[in-house]
Design a protein around this ligand. Structure first.
Ligand code: AHR
Length: 497
């Protein structure tokens, strides 16, 4: 098998925002996760300094908040000011203390040096409530909401550029769900009011690979939107926490960009692909486990619907399957960089996140190492590349259907600032190494191989074990036609120094 790279043919430049993240008011993501004033790690604002440091290392470029389903009955005004009244969170059926609100979120983003991205309530909320939120964040001092921010101790605007109108309002599970016809109108009027408050905002709206939904949305609001938001979870675990096996997860890696291609096709058909980009603003291999919430038969006891959520936090679940899938997804976003401008891992802390917090420290799960390797080593320019004679292997998905899985997933990049090449190479094979011949005309004195792997395909990290690590190996000088051997179930980056 050969990897051919045309180093002088640039396919596109990927936005750093494809390495974005998401955090929701769910379980221990905010309270007890990133915001834990009682923790010995807490700083003066109650944020866990060890979590902040871990997020800085993966250079989080943008952070989406506060939901997710949570947001569709959330009223932002209850979460600012000196009097915070606890609310009953109707989405997840718990009390939210409201001690983490807009000001705390913006403060967090400033500490992380990342862009805040606020998702508004288009479930029970109104266009006016959304635009009031923008007044609060972005006007200097005009009107009651900007004045209120100043009274709350923030004389300077928060300058929040990225806003999403709604979450998954297309879904029966979402509070305040909408029909396609209703959605187009609501988005248009909300976007109009928001842009009247601050024309520099960049607006997204909830979408999905559904023609009727998106045609209606884009007919009404295509002229005012900057982004269209889609979500993807492949291993659906909401009701039963029956995780897909390594091989079943490899089948999922074959379609990580299908929804992007479908939405892109529609944008092209409506001649909007020049003005609207895709924000894949919730994605993860594993769906979140939260049984009995989106049904009329939901439980009434903690044991029925609250305690099962703790299962998301069990670290043994996040293996090399999660790392390999995450690498394949990010590779796909590189290949789609002409239309995908943002992607947000869901979530970043706890639940299915890449960082797990416990009272004495953190567990950096297998997916964390993929983000760290990619943001530190891959370039910003995506080069033309293709695999000659790529091997495939028949594997079965969770429904027992056979699928041909391409064993090697590669993306070639270049650092625009110094011209160095960096190639991501994933070996999906569950047990066998794969050797690949490199055909690129770029001699170098030093070729370095970075590898993320564990002792087996099911390796994972936990409080008392560090099975999945990132290793570095100097391969010496590079000459055209050199070959490299990739370990089974491994994520790799080759860097031409
Ligand atoms: O399972 C978590 C939920 O997944 C998020 O709140 C929602 O946006 C998505 O459906």
């Amino acid at each position: 098998m050969k990897l051919h790279i045309q180093k002088d043919r640039v396919h596109g430049r990927r936005s750093p925002m494809i390495y974005g993240h998401f955090i929701e008011h769910f379980h221990r993501q905010i309270y007890g996760g990133i915001y834990d004033p009682e923790s010995p790690f807490a700083d003066e604002d109650g944020f866990r300094t060890d979590v902040l440091e871990a997020m800085r290392r993966i250079k989080v470029p943008i952070l989406r908040w506060p939901g997710g389903c949570f947001v569709s009955a959330y009223h932002w005004k209850e979460g600012v000011g000196h009097q915070r009244i606890p609310m009953f969170d109707k989405a997840w059926r718990v009390e939210d203390p409201n001690t983490f609100g807009t000001d705390e979120f913006v403060k967090l983003c400033r500490k992380l040096d990342c862009e805040p991205y606020i998702c508004t309530n288009a479930g029970t909320g109104t266009a006016e409530e959304m635009s009031d939120w923008v007044e609060y964040c972005n006007l200097v001092s005009e009107g009651r909401y900007a004045r209120w921010r100043r009274q709350n101790g923030f004389p300077e605007p928060h300058s929040v550029t990225y806003w999403s109108i709604g979450n998954e309002n297309y879904g029966f599970w979402e509070l305040g769900a909408k029909s396609a016809a209703e959605w187009g109108r609501l988005v248009k009027e909300s976007a109009k009011m928001i842009k009247h408050v601050d024309p520099t905002t960049q607006l997204s709206a909830a979408a999905l690979p559904d023609v009727d939904w998106n045609v209606n949305l884009l007919k009404h609001a295509g002229d005012i939107l900057d982004w269209i938001s889609i979500h993807g979870y492949w291993d659906r675990l909401a009701q039963e926490n029956d995780l897909a096996s390594y091989e079943q997860c490899m089948v999922y890696t074959e379609n990580v960009t299908r929804s992007v291609e479908e939405v892109h096709g529609l944008l092209q058909a409506m001649q909007l692909d020049g003005s609207i980009k895709i924000a894949f603003d919730e994605w993860n291999l594993r769906g979140w486990h939260h049984p009995n919430v989106h049904t009329s038969r939901q439980g009434t006891t903690a044991a029925e619907y609250l305690e099962p959520r703790d299962k998301n936090d069990e670290n043994w679940q996040y293996t090399m399957a999660d790392a390999v899938f995450t690498a394949c997804f990010l590779n796909g976003m590189h290949r789609q960089c002409h239309i995908v401008g943002m992607a947000n891992f869901a979530p970043v802390v706890n639940t299915r996140g890449c960082i797990f917090t416990h009272p004495d420290g953190l567990v950096l799960r297998s997916t964390y190492h993929v983000f760290e390797l990619y943001v530190q080593q891959l370039g910003d320019e995506v080069l033309d590349h293709w695999l000659q004679d790529p091997p495939t292997m028949i594997m079965e998905d969770k429904e027992g259907r056979a699928a041909a899985v391409q064993l090697i997933d590669a993306v070639a990049t270049r650092h625009s600032e110094d011209g160095c090449l960096a190639v991501a190479l994933v070996n999906k094979h569950p047990s066998d190494a794969q050797t690949i011949v490199l055909n690129v005309d770029q001699d170098a004195d030093s070729l370095v191989l970075f590898t993320i792997n564990g002792a087996s395909k099911d390796a994972y990290n936990d409080v008392d074990r560090q099975d999945v690590t990132m290793r570095q190996q100097e391969l010496g000088s590079y000459r055209r036609g050199m070959s490299v051997t990739l370990e089974p179930h491994s994520v790799n980056v080759l860097r031409w120094q």
